[in-house]
Design a protein around this ligand. Structure first.
Ligand SMILES: [Zn+2]
Length: 437
């Protein structure tokens, strides 16, 4: 078989989460590497000098001296909030009511949703993110627009229509029945089409009635193939309010548990303030806690406690994400940097080998997609990011003294942003090149 595309550069990908800087069997690092792609899939990867004759060609994309990694995966992002980022809000509920619930109403207009879908995907690729799981607005058409745009670009994307039937402006509410019907229609139309999937997406318990939570539970039972995404334990005022709305609940986590929403397919955004009983249920159910550091700092929500996640039996699964637009940056590099600081404030360390594992294979595993994305291994979908460790003057200055891979990764996450993304490749095709945004 001949390759349809051939790439050369330094390769880095992970096999599992590294225990620390010395854990060299957890990852592959190839100084002069080759990736041969055929039909959107990696056909061969390894040392350039060992490239089989069948794949050899003078026509290759030379990314030396840059690093090629699997494309970043963003495990929590809001499609209709690209124009909410940088809104002057104090806390979660003020931010939602003053800015977000106003902006999301625009997505009732399919033309607006279509324009924004294209901008959204371009923005992800400019930041090296090749897969995301996104919240739409309440409007089914917002998800049609986003998944349609992802199909035309050949991207692996997951999205769901937000279900919300109380505590929001009337134009942004659905009903238990319409939320159920629209989600079912989206699944029928999009789930498994090319590389896109549909997620069951109740926004959070604060904006859903008991009847809607029942319907969300029914969708989860009827569609075990679908991921589920919602918010949990982000902000103290939010936690008090949901306790009033669901007075029978033991705690916030118990509400989702009651409706059958915990499980290995569910991603819970934030998970900052949960107590021991809640953590026990998170762990035994296999649910994923999603760390959104820039959002948690911007909205003053609190500090995600990674040791708390690792301290349960089994360890609680986790992921890392931008949470645009409560989050303040589309870049997973900026996100890892802020994540490092959030953990450091609690006396915890986030080794760069671990954080880059998390943004690639770790997040792919949180989505249950670690057999398709997150590695540069044969058989994997050919989504990569090409990173330039000297992409701005401060990075170039510091790069002069870098000696190890771990140092280079830490430089990338501490000083890097979209300028460090030299290219993003989707299904073996260069979908973004720096300077051509
Ligand atoms: Zn969110």
């Amino acid at each position: 078989m001949s390759a349809t595309a051939l790439f050369r550069g330094r390769l880095l990908w992970f096999e599992r989460e590294p225990a620390g800087g010395d854990d060299t069997t957890a990852f592959h690092y190839i100084e002069d590497g080759a990736i041969a792609v055929a039909d959107g899939t990696i056909a061969w990867s390894g040392d350039w000098s060992e490239l089989p004759a069948d794949y050899r060609s003078d026509d290759y994309v030379d990314h030396r001296p840059h690093l090629i990694l699997p494309g970043f995966v963003d495990c929590h992002i809001h499609f209709p909030q690209g124009q909410v980022v940088a809104s002057y809000a104090g806390s979660l509920l003020e931010w939602l009511n003053t800015y977000t619930f106003v902006e999301e109403q625009k997505y009732a207009d399919p033309a607006h949703a279509g324009r924004m879908a294209d901008r959204f995907l371009s923005m992800l690729l400019a930041h090296g993110t090749t897969t995301a799981i996104a919240y739409g607005s309440v409007h089914k058409g917002s998800v049609d627009a986003l998944l349609g745009a992802a199909v035309s670009r050949g991207m692996r994307m997951i999205a769901g229509k937000v279900m919300m039937d109380r505590n929001a402006p009337e134009p942004l509410t659905d009903t238990p029945q319409s939320g159920y019907d629209d989600t079912n229609a989206l699944i029928a139309q999009w789930h498994g089409k090319d590389r896109v999937e549909v997620a069951v997406t109740p926004r959070f318990a604060l904006t859903s009635t008991e009847a809607q939570m029942e319907m969300a539970g029914a969708l989860v039972r009827e569609h075990p193939e679908c991921l589920v995404q919602t918010h949990l334990s982000e902000n103290h005022r939010e936690i008090e309010t949901v306790a009033e709305l669901f007075p029978w609940s033991k705690d916030y986590t118990d509400i989702y548990d009651h409706y059958g929403l915990l499980g290995p397919k569910t991603l819970f955004g934030h998970c900052i303030h949960q107590g021991p009983r809640e953590m026990e249920r998170m762990a035994e159910s296999g649910s994923v806690a999603v760390f959104c550091p820039t959002s948690n700092l911007f909205l003053g929500s609190g500090l995600f406690d990674l040791d708390k996640m690792r301290g349960t039996t089994p360890a609680t699964r986790h992921a890392v994400a931008t949470d645009i637009g409560g989050g303040t940056n589309w870049s997973m590099l900026r996100t890892l940097d802020e994540g490092y600081k959030v953990l450091n404030l609690q006396g915890q360390r986030y080794h760069p080998l671990r954080s880059f594992y998390q943004a690639t294979l770790g997040n792919a595993a949180a989505l249950g997609m670690e057999d398709r994305i997150g590695r540069l291994a044969p058989g994997y979908e050919a989504d990569f990011v090409v990173l330039d460790s000297a992409s701005n003057p401060a990075m170039a200055l510091r790069a002069e003294t870098i000696e190890t891979l771990s140092e280079e990764l830490f430089l990338l996450q501490t000083l890097g942003d979209d300028r460090a993304v030299a290219a993003s490749i989707v299904s073996g095709v260069t979908a973004h090149r720096r300077g051509n945004a």
